[in-house]
Design a protein around this ligand. Sequence first.
Ligand code: ATP
Ligand code: MG
Length: 267
Amino acid sequence: MVYTADNAIADFEEHLHDWPPPVGRVEALELRKHYGGTTALDGVSLTFRGGELCALIGSNGAGKSTFVDALFATARADGGSVGVDGLDITRWSSARRACRGLVRSFQRVRLAGQLTVWENVALGLLAGDAALPGWGGPLAQVKGLHEPAVRALAWVGVAELADARVAELSFGQRKRVSLAQCLAARPRFLALDEPVADLDPGATRVVAKLLAALAAKGIGVLIVEHNLSFAFDTCDRVVVMVSGQITLDGPAAEVRADPRAVEAQLR
Ligand SMILES: Nc1ncnc2c1ncn2[C@@H]1O[C@H](COP(=O)(O)OP(=O)(O)OP(=O)(O)O)[C@@H](O)[C@H]1O
Ligand SMILES: [Mg+2]
C-alpha cells in the first residue's frame, strides 16, 4: 500500500478498532519527588479519564517530565500513589505498567542507535502485543514485524525512513519515529513528552489528528508541551504546573484566557 497523509490517518482509525480496551481512569495522588535539595514534585494529584486529551504546561524545570516519570515509574516517586481503574499500581515497575497499556514517549528521544528505524518501531510492537513471538535474535528474522512497523511509521508520515539508521535522522524525525513506536504498542493510555518539539507545521497537524483519533476511541492522552498553541488547540483540558505544584487545571478555553497560564510559562 502507498500511504498518503490522508489514507494513513484513515488506516490508523481503522486499526484502532482492534485495540485493547482503553484505560478508564489514571489517578496520581500526592506524588512527590526530590532531587537532592530540589523539590521536583510537591504533592501532585491529577486524574486523567479515558478519551480526554490533556496538556501539562509550565516553564522549564517546573516538574512536568518528572511527573510523567513518576506516573510511569521511569523514576520512582518519593511519595504518593498511582492508580489505574481503581487498582493501586504504585509498586509496579515501568515494564509492568507498559504491559497494562500505559505507554509513554520521552522528551529526549530514546531510540536504539544500532537498529534501523523500523526495528526500533518493532520494539514497540513487541512491547504491546503478547501474541507476537518472543525474540532472541535479530529483529529482521522475526516474521510479522516489518509490515506493521512500516505501517506505524506511515501513520506519522515517515514510512520512507524505515530502513534508515537513527543517526541519520533529524531531531524532528526522531520524535516522529518515537511516536510511531508508542502507537505500535497499542497504548490504552498514552503520555507524550513534547511530541511536536522540532516538528514542522504539517507534521504537527498529523500528530493533532492522531491524538484526536485516539481520544475519539476513548484513549486518554497526556501531552507535555511548550508549544502553547498546539496544547490549547489540540487538548480539551490544560493543567499548569509551577515549581512542582498544580496551579491551574481546567477546560482549555478557560485556562487559555487566564493570565496566570501565560505567566507560569514565562517564570
Ligand atoms: N535526574 C535528575 N537529577 C537531578 N535533578 C533533576 C533530575 N530530573 C529533573 N531534575 C530537576 O527537577 C526539576 C524538574 O525537572 P523536570 O525535567 O521535571 O522539568 P520540566 O518541567 O520537564 O522542564 P522542561 O520544560 O525544561 O523539560 C528541575 O529543577 C530539574 O533540574
Ligand atoms: Mg521536561
